[in-house]
Design a protein around this ligand. Structure first.
Ligand code: ADP
Ligand code: ZN
Length: 595
């Protein structure tokens, strides 16, 4: 059935009519027997780059992947396409391993997934030598580098691969790699004159928004969730406790929602993950423990409830949205205080080198949150990439013409008041001094200071907002008792060398209910009906819904309403095998609509 031409294979097996950016170059390099290092953002379509050539080559492809869950997902998806794939992991019995091995030896198997630690075992190497391995794939290759944020000890052994198989090409793939990590991948894997393919660090289909986590932020959150009614999403929370509380809160608000964190039993975590994959639950409120194993293509939103520790983490977490290329959204709620909470946590670590490195990264994350440039551009710059401002896919580009107020004078009053009261008080008290609230003074000399009562033009709430803005800018810093200290940036503002501006709207705090009403809910569509059918089929077959067909495929169906087999096969994502399995049922549904 499989034709030997890459284009026909692309269409017949995978159901796609064109390669995406850099995919064809990668496929050609592998077919030519060349080593390859590929950096493609999440959702760029890395898997196809090695799966397709594997089909066109004799022998079996060995794919090293860091997590069993990831491998399982890939294998289910491949089997759905009619491709023979299997895995060998430490979780299997000897008999099971033997069975897989026999399949590989006989040449039936096209792709064999293995855990990295396997390749450190001499027995396994001996076994591999008896197979006809066409090329090796190292997935999530950044795990090999200690400079990476997901360094894995067992990836280090992969360096021996080249020595053991000097003539078998190696193809390495990753989505996130700083220059240092990239160097490590090339050198540690011993890649030989590899073709290096690197797509810009840009997730075009993800709209990025940052929101201040003010008193009404949960209403903001609900408004966002309502906008994504019935769509899958992840909310990253700060702590285990927060995942549980927030999940309970959202459940009460009528959302299908479950918590996920490392303190839960493995079984419960597994069930939760599965409920998410199968669309039985809509939202997962998780700690960062909900990580690499989530290979779900149709995640429409990723929300952070506080500032992530590093931009590497952030980029990877928010990057779990929209892997299928469909428009998705990433929202980060932050507060100036996040920086200090995390800083204190980091400082409790004894390793000074680590402290310094992570603090630097945390600082970059805070700068990112408070800056007013294009978000996509800032992320790209962080990974040493230069791109144009996105124009339409981030809050800063979209809101660049939002009116701003100059609050330099108010800021000077505030800073001056901190200074004159000895940097010993929190923002609330500073506001009271500025407002001249005599009865609240904790030290009666404060009522005689020149700053006493000089801020009556603004309310206490607005003084709080000024304080927040100054914390965001790094002009003042709360210590562990929440007393505000002036930083060098604050000193510049105080001397009139630096101005302070703020978006006008921020000075007028909104009521929670008004926010919720901002978004309306939509009426069910053809797409919803297709999704329902997909969920039913997924349930019948015991596979995740997105493996039946991706959102993008369903959207195209809903849009075009294909009524014949040919039309159905021309929908992106509908290959021959999948059409045979499910195509008819979707076609029948279309016919109902057309009638
Ligand atoms: P990555 O591993 O780079 O994050 P995946 O390999 O999971 O990305 O692919 C992301 C999505 O893109 C999948 O839904 C996949 O089916 C789809 N995809 C890959 N290649 C193409 C293509 N050439 N045309 C259309 N969709 C594609
Ligand atoms: Zn932008």
């Amino acid at each position: 059935m499989i034709s030997s031409n890459k284009y026909t294979t692309l269409k017949q097996v995978f159901g796609f009519s064109a390669f995406r950016v850099l995919q064809e170059e990668a496929v050609d390099a592998i077919l030519a027997g060349r080593d390859l290092a590929m950096l493609l953002p999440t959702g760029g379509g890395k898997s196809l780059c090695y799966q397709l050539p594997s089909l066109l080559m004799e022998g079996v492809t060995i794919v090293v992947s860091p997590l069993i869950a990831l491998m399982q997902d890939q294998i289910i998806a491949l089997k759905e396409l009619g491709i023979e794939a299997d895995m060998i992991s430490s979780a299997q019995s000897n008999d099971a391993v033997q069975e897989v091995y026999t399949k590989a030896k006989s040449g039936v198997l096209k792709l064999l997934y293995v855990a990295p630690e396997r390749l450190g075992s001499p027995q396994f190497i001996t076994l591999l030598r008896t197979l006809r391995v066409n090329f090796f794939v190292i997935d999530e290759a950044h795990c090999i580098s200690e400079w990476g944020h997901e360094f894995r000890d067992d990836y280090r052994r992969l360096g021996e691969l080249r020595a053991n198989f000097p003539h078998t090409p190696i193809a390495a793939f990753t989505a996130t790699a700083t220059p240092k990590v990239r160097e490590d991948i090339l050198s540690q894997l011993g890649l030989n004159d590899p073709l290096i393919l690197r797509a810009p660090v840009l997730r075009k289909n993800i709209k990025i928004t940052l929101r201040e986590r003010d008193g009404a932020w949960r209403a903001d959150l609900i408004a966002i969730l309502k906008k994504h009614r019935d769509k899958s999403g992840i909310i990253y929370a700060f702590s285990r406790k927060e995942t549980e509380e927030l999940s309970e809160f959202l459940t009460k608000k009528g959302f299908k929602c479950l918590p996920y964190h490392a303190g839960m039993s493995p079984q419960l975590r597994h069930d939760t993950h599965k409920a998410f994959l199968n669309d039985e639950t809509q939202i997962i409120v998780a700690t960062v423990a909900f990580g690499m194993g989530i290979d779900k293509g149709d995640i429409r939103f990723v929300i952070h409830t506080s500032l992530p520790k590093t931009l590497e983490n952030y980029y990877q977490e928010m990057g779990r949205a929209g892997r299928d290329g469909v428009d998705s959204e990433a929202v980060l709620f932050y507060s100036g205080s996040d920086f200090y909470t995390k800083k204190r946590l980091i400082e409790s670590n004894d390793d000074l080198g680590y402290q310094e490195m992570i603090l630097q990264k945390l600082k970059s994350a805070m700068d990112y949150a408070t800056a007013e440039e294009c978000r996509h551009k800032m992320i790209a710059a962080y990974f040493n990439d230069t791109i144009q401002p996105c124009g339409t896919q981030c809050d800063n580009c979209l809101e660049s013409d939002i009116p701003k107020s100059d609050i330099s004078v108010a800021s000077q009053k505030f800073l001056s008041c901190i200074y004159k009261t000895g940097e010993r008080f929190g923002g609330g008290y500073i506001g009271e001094v500025l407002l001249g609230e005599r009865e609240k003074m904790r030290d009666e000399t404060h009522a005689h200071l020149s700053v006493f009562g000089i801020g009556k033009e603004m309310s206490k709430v607005v003084w709080g907002i000024v304080a927040k803005r100054l914390i965001e800018m790094g002009a003042i810093e709360p210590d562990e008792y929440k007393s505000l200290k002036i930083t060098p940036i604050g000193a510049e503002i105080l001397r009139g060398k630096k101005s302070v501006s703020i978006r006008k709207e921020r000075l007028v705090p909104k009521k929670a209910t008004a926010k919720e009403k901002e978004y309306e809910t939509q009426t069910p569509t053809h797409f919803d009906a297709f999704k329902k059918l997909r969920a039913q089929i997924a349930k019948e077959n015991g596979i995740p819904a997105y493996i039946v067909f991706g959102d993008k495929t369903l959207m195209e169906m809903a849009d075009r309403l294909p009524t014949t087999k040919e039309e159905m096969l021309s929908v992106s994502g509908v290959g021959a095998v999948k059409y045979e399995r499910y195509g008819e049922r979707f076609r029948e549904l279309t016919l109902q609509f057309v009638d």
